[in-house]
Design a protein around this ligand. Structure first.
Ligand code: PGA
Length: 252
């Protein structure tokens, strides 16, 4: 059985107090209400709060992910954060290729490949995002776009390296817009991605890799999305900022 995963991508939203109180309250609610779920839960706070978040989560099954890393190992890159720095505070996972970074920080596939390589060097698990824009979908180019994004980045990795990945399919037109992909649209793309992994890495990897959906998931649509055969959970933005909503998504 494939691992089901739910990731809270808090983007640039929560400050210190909001981050730490969310995590503490979340842990309390899970234990007080005796909540059972079958998902790996990963929280992605902003850089300054990774360390404290990781400390609060020690001894639990929850994990922390960074939202980015720089592609270089170290050096004169003012304002940047390296994979080594994350590793030194015990972080084990990083989100790469998010469409907001592709768009606002001009992260092209070649830079993303460098980021992948440095993340792997420091043993970080990678949550790698792919997805097409509204115009690309309207032109029926979504499959070509996603295939190309994978071909130029993730598919440069070896059979061994690929075991460190989660893939997140996030159609750009669905992120933060309230417009979710239909279950059929999402499932069709997930199946397509899984077949690409099958062709490139074989059955074992393609059966095991978790492919998450992201883009306006909420507590009412999560169950139907997550019940699709090739959707193994979600990368959640807005709805992960409200504890009760996020909790419902985890239980979906
Ligand atoms: P959203 O964001 O859930 O607010 O659409 C998802 C994401 O950007 O990962």
């Amino acid at each position: 059985m494939r691992k089901k995963v739910v990731i809270a991508n808090w983007k640039m939203n929560y400050d210190f107090y909001e981050t730490t109180s969310f995590i503490r309250n979340f842990l309390n609610v899970i234990s007080e209400r005796n909540i059972n779920h079958d998902k790996e839960i990963i929280l992605a706070p902003s850089f300054p709060f990774l360390h404290i978040s990781n400390q609060i989560l020690q001894g639990t099954t929850l994990n922390v992910a960074a939202q980015n890393i720089h592609q270089k190992e170290k050096g004169s890159y003012t304002g940047e954060v390296s994979a080594l720095m994350l590793k030194s505070i015990g972080i084990q996972k990083v989100i790469l290729g998010h469409s907001e970074r592709r768009e606002f920080c001009f992260e092209k596939n070649n830079i993303l490949l460098e980021k992948i390589k440095i993340a792997l060097k420091y043993d970080l698990n990678i949550i790698f995002c792919v997805g097409e824009s509204f115009i690309e979908r309207n032109d029926n180019k979504q499959f070509e776009i996603v295939k190309n994004q994978l071909k130029k980045t993730v598919f440069h990795c070896s059979l061994d390296e690929i075991k460190s990945f989660y893939i997140a399919y996030e159609p750009i037109w669905a992120i933060g817009t309230g417009k979710t992909a239909t279950f059929e649209q999402a499932q069709t793309m997930h199946e397509f991605i899984r077949i690409l992994f099958l062709e490139k890495y074989g059955e074992n990897i393609s059966n095991k890799i978790s492919i998450l959906y992201g883009g306006s998931i909420n507590d009412t649509n999560a169950r139907d999305l997550f019940s699709q055969k090739d959707i193994d959970g979600g990368l959640i933005g807005n709805s992960s900022l409200k504890l009760e909503k996020f909790l419902k998504i985890v239980q979906s």
